[in-house]
Write a protein that binds this ligand. Sequence first.
Ligand code: ADP
Length: 542
Amino acid sequence: MFGLMMDQPLLISSVLEFAAKYHGESEIVSRTVEGPIHRYTYADAQSRSKQLAKALQALGVSEGDRVATLAWNGYRHYELYYGVSGMGAVCHMINPRLFPGQISYIVNHAEDSVVFTDLTFVELLEGMVSELGTVKAFVVMTDEANMPETSLPNVHCYETLLAAQDDDYTWPVFDENTASSMCYSSGTTGNPKGVLYSHRSTVLHAMASLAPDMLNISARDSFMPVVPMFHVNAWGVPYSVTMAGAKLVMPGMEMDGESLHELIDGERVTLSAGVPTVWLGLLDYLEKSGKSVDSFKYCVIGGSATPRAMSVAMEENHGVHVLHAWGMTEMSPLGTVNWPKHGMEDETEEARYDRQVKQGRPCYGVDMKIVNDDNETLPEDGEAFGELKVRGFWVCSQYYKGEGDSHDDDGWFATGDVATIDAGGYMHITDRSKDVIKSGGEWISSIELENIAVGHPGVFEAAVIGIGHPKWDERPLLVVVRNEGSELTAEDLISYYDGKVAKWWIPDDVAFVDELPHTATGKLLKMDLRDRFEDYTLPTAE
Ligand code: ADP
């Protein structure tokens, strides 16, 4: 017997429709690429997204076509999120920080038919246009006054396209499993692989991420996603914040400490989200300027491990509570967020900071387990570590065009992360499976060693890689960028580990460098570091 409840498909357009109706006056504030701050409301955004849907039809875009974006966080990009998916096409957010060869690969692989670009990336596209075989039109996301001279063929101006349409448009209703958008994983090995989200997975992910134990968003918040909209849908924030009817603040391309502070303070931001690197910039600015961020209550940090020292500095110096989060492109991306549970009210400050080093626990909708090399499930005791596998409502079932083989026969997705899970369900990433250091048959977590190093006041950034060792197979080398003016030595750092980790985990040596290599999504590029230190001989190997 079936229940007798309405069977309405979960469609992305319904999210904006809701916000425009019940939070029509709530603001979307954007720092534009052209310079000025732009403000409008959800009601305006809905109206313009409908104009955009009609403009896309006029350009010949139809259901299922892929429409690419190369753009920062701003209101026009937001309109593309809703306009493209809402009319039944697929919004493909491209990370402009990838190498040009990867970008053209991705455009061709996705077979994008139209590319929307911010002014910033016009030149980048001009340099690769001859390689983009499927693209029929380019749209520069600006107005006539700012339209650049460009050699791009079939090029349009965004505002001119919209001005030619009215907003008399009804969002079409279709199957909720229809593809809505896509992102490519950054591909530290091999070619990037496409993840194709559906309306259903996107709406479920947004509904779940609103919850108090996830991003904790309500209509009383002002949320600034610093994580770019080209990096896994800005962690779903353009959907979840809209669903909550909260104020949305978009930082555009300025992500330095001063620019972020100006928006946090001016727009009374209560919540924000981004990778650790951007918060280093904000912390540094606050310290030097003596300014405060009194509206700012919660900061979601993920994408890379949040060092303990960052949680402490945010909380104690600025009153911002850090929510350590973990996820990945293949998971839309949210998997876990670190909140305490009932019964933890008496947790000491120290215990809380220790807990915050973990990536957190999943919400309903995500299931996790850790397995050994034989795919046998390991105990969840906070000690055993193995490869983390996941499944759930917003986890990819396969890559676009069936590439890769990351799923086992039971449908679990192998994340490539190595983790522990404790009895309370708190997951702790100890490494990427390819970065873990294998010393004498045992594993050493490079992330844990890095977290400790960045807790030293003389350290700006740190990476730990395994170096070949005649006796132990591999031993850890700590590679460090010193803080300005610091005269820290290798001996200082090595003794800093005393009592913090098992003796055999302590790095064998320290190398000081001016800069560490990063991927397009701000993660340490350990592959490059390993290449650079390929011939390095550890003092313990002699
Ligand atoms: P990419 O585009 O680089 O694949 P993702 O955001 O999909 O970007 O990267 C996902 C990976 O990032 C995870 O599998 C994990 O290795 C790493 N990651 C994400 N959040 C965290 C975190 N809080 N701590 C440690 N690693 C993290």
